[in-house]
Design a protein around this ligand. Structure first.
Ligand code: SF4
Length: 202
């Protein structure tokens, strides 16, 4: 059985697509190897590329704040991306890059075996919905709707929400973003794994 460290070591020497040439640091993802909740974005941005850590820029601040409002810490969850290297100028991931890099994410999920997977934004949602055999009709239609899939011998909940970067550029989306986190809080309550939840959303 491989570990997150094994996968991370492989990522750190990966040349499976051209993004290794332009990145500063690989960003394998980080967090609890036994996390109940995994957050998946599309790719590292400038600050993430600089630090080699996921969601540490301005969008990361929003995500971290919301994770804390769930009564959790970043160390309690796992945070990663489909791509482990930054696309130049934050352009959208290319299909061949997703094809080359996404097996790392799937292997990470197979190690962690989370109960809840939160897809941050349309690229993440489109890839993960497709992987789990669910039709993806666009982020504005799917956001906040919980999908149930079977994996790792248990029920796994998949939910798509807006990418935190979208909240930065379109503050009018924040209300929906917070509503969707309230749905995640409800899932956590159901699991009864976070007993201190969640006066913020009540
Ligand atoms: S983006 Fe992924 S597949 Fe491409 S070089 Fe980086 S780690 Fe390898």
């Amino acid at each position: 059985m491989e570990s997150l460290e094994d996968i991370e070591a492989e990522i750190r020497s990966c040349k499976k697509c051209n993004l290794w040439k332009t990145k500063t640091n690989y960003v394998p993802g980080e967090g609890n190897p036994k996390a109940e909740v995994v957050f998946v974005g599309e790719a590292p941005g400038r600050e993430e590329d600089r630090q080699g850590r996921p969601f540490v820029g301005n969008a990361g601040k929003i995500l971290t704040e919301m994770i804390e409002k769930l009564g959790l810490r970043r160390e309690d969850v796992f945070i990663g991306n489909i791509l482990k290297c930054r696309p130049p100028n934050n352009r959208d991931p290319l299909p061949e890059e997703i094809e080359a890099c996404s097996p790392y994410l799937i292997r990470q999920l197979d190690v962690i075996k989370p109960s809840i997977i939160v897809c941050l934004g349309r690229h993440s949602a489109s890839f993960l919905f497709n992987f789990f055999g669910i039709e993806f009709r666009g982020i504005s239609k799917e956001r906040g709707r919980v999908k149930e899939v079977e994996r790792w011998g248990k029920k796994v909940r998949l939910i798509a929400i807006y990418h935190p970067a979208a909240i930065l550029y379109r503050p009018q989306l924040r209300e929906m973003f917070e509503e969707d986190f309230a749905v995640i809080a409800g899932l956590l309550r159901e699991k009864k794994r976070s007993p201190t939840l969640l006066d913020f959303f009540d």
